[in-house]
Design a protein around this ligand. Structure first.
Ligand SMILES: [Fe+2]
Length: 209
């Protein structure tokens, strides 16, 4: 599987088949989400990078250092770079049938949020009460603590010195074909396709850095 820090401006291959997350996420949504929406972010970021002479840099570095980029490039990097990086990250934390038992990240979650169930409740609540397009994240913050946050549009936690370990796409394009208006149902079902093994890997990495 690709590493976020090594990504270039090309669309990364989805680490699973388009129908692998059925019935919780349908094949048609996955196809459009990855090959149209994500690809558009990557292509547009490439355009911004070429225009501003950033083509030799890594997209993740652009997102991390967004505030030191020239003002005229920041909006494009925030929207398209965020879109590219956030989606690339999202695909890696999706997989069907992964147990959350016996993982260090779950011990840390239990310590921070009391129990796995309480964590799920808080994360779900953050998603359900978020207005508009954006994301819900579990991050390791600058104090090395777990924290649930939302970001609007394609803003990325990487720009705020936070290390994401799990995320959920709340844009309508992520669920509308299958769930229509019912975002809460999408959020509820999404827990069946969290790749906890990858989340655990990201957690251990973030705590080591
Ligand atoms: Fe999306």
């Amino acid at each position: 599987m690709y590493k976020i820090e090594e990504l270039g401006f090309e669309l990364p291959e989805l680490p699973f088949a388009y129908n692998a997350l059925e019935p919780y996420m349908d094949e048609e949504t996955m196809k459009i989400h990855h090959s149209k929406h994500h690809k558009a972010y990557a292509d547009k970021l490439k355009g911004v990078a070429e225009k501003n002479g950033f083509s030799s840099q890594k997209p993740l570095d652009l997102i991390k250092n967004i505030n030191s980029l020239p003002k005229e490039a920041q909006k494009g990097v925030r929207n398209f770079g965020g879109g590219h990086i956030n989606h690339s990250f999202f695909w890696t934390v999706l997989k069907k049938g992964i147990s959350h038992d016996n993982l260090e990240v779950i011990r840390a979650i239990e310590k921070k949020f009391e129990s796995y169930e309480k964590f799920v409740e808080q994360f779900t609540n953050a998603s359900n009460t978020f207005f508009g397009s954006g994301w819900t994240w579990l991050v390791v913050n600058a104090n090395k603590e777990l924290e649930i946050i939302n970001t609007a549009n394609q803003d990325s936690p990487y720009s705020n010195n936070q290390k994401p370990i799990l995320c959920l796409d709340l844009w309508e394009h992520a669920y509308y074909i299958l769930y229509k208006w019912n975002r809460a149902e999408y959020v509820k079902n999404w827990w069946n396709i969290v790749n906890w093994e990858k989340v655990n890997e990201y957690y251990l990495e973030a705590m080591r850095e």
